[in-house]
Write a protein that binds this ligand. Sequence first.
Ligand code: SF4
Ligand code: SF4
Ligand code: FES
Length: 246
Amino acid sequence: MGDQGRRFFSIYIFGKKYQVPEGLTIQKAMEFAGYQFIRSCGCRGGICGACFTEYRTPGSYQLKGALACQALAEPEMRITQSPFVPMHRADYHLEALRAQPGILGKIYPEIYRCLQCNTCTRICPMEIDVMDYIAHAIRGDIEKVAHLSFQCILCGACAARCPAEISQPYVALLARRIYGRHILSLPAGLEQRISDIKSGRYHRVLERLTQLQIEELMRVYIQREQEPQEADRWVPKNPNFPEDLF
Ligand code: SF4
Ligand code: SF4
Ligand code: FES
């Protein structure tokens, strides 16, 4: 579709004024204005966290934040982007860690500096209660931090704003790692599958798959059964797929 008949309005990108058509995301409006993304763009689908953008709109004192690939450009918006937020990522060996109380605070002691200002929660584009998961991290509740932070896309907006200089996403990532490695039990069947992989059960089928033409490979791919997003117990109807094809 061309731009004929579309209303245009002004936006300001890094202080420079551009005319863009209505109905574009901030990301597309920037591209329309001539920007080519090398950084600050990844999935274009609200998942990777690369495109966090700060802006102001007329009549409001607030400095707001949004994912550029999701939020629409608005008239007179003043936009800026930071391609990368340097955050504190501690070194640790997950295998050697245990789910002991206080482990999050031992690795990231800065969490005890939290002022409970709620800035992190207010800026989070995923609407995560960041302050709450940091409060649970201080209390040592790894499971709660893991669940509360699950939607985090590591955009770094909370860390960039935190007056206590906490890198919240990496605290949360540590909690999810400990939770996944040392607290959650393995799903039924996973141990068996790992041992099948180690024993070389799939070598032959993988070799056959890599020899297929792209069209044949697509046919096999389409035939597969997909695990439902939400299911307590799920077993495929044909557990030998695609081995039984060859
Ligand atoms: S922005 Fe920092 S100091 Fe403020 S509530 Fe969040 S973690 Fe605590
Ligand atoms: S918790 Fe922080 S890093 Fe994660 S999505 Fe929210 S603002 Fe971004
Ligand atoms: S480009 Fe990945 S979240 Fe926007």
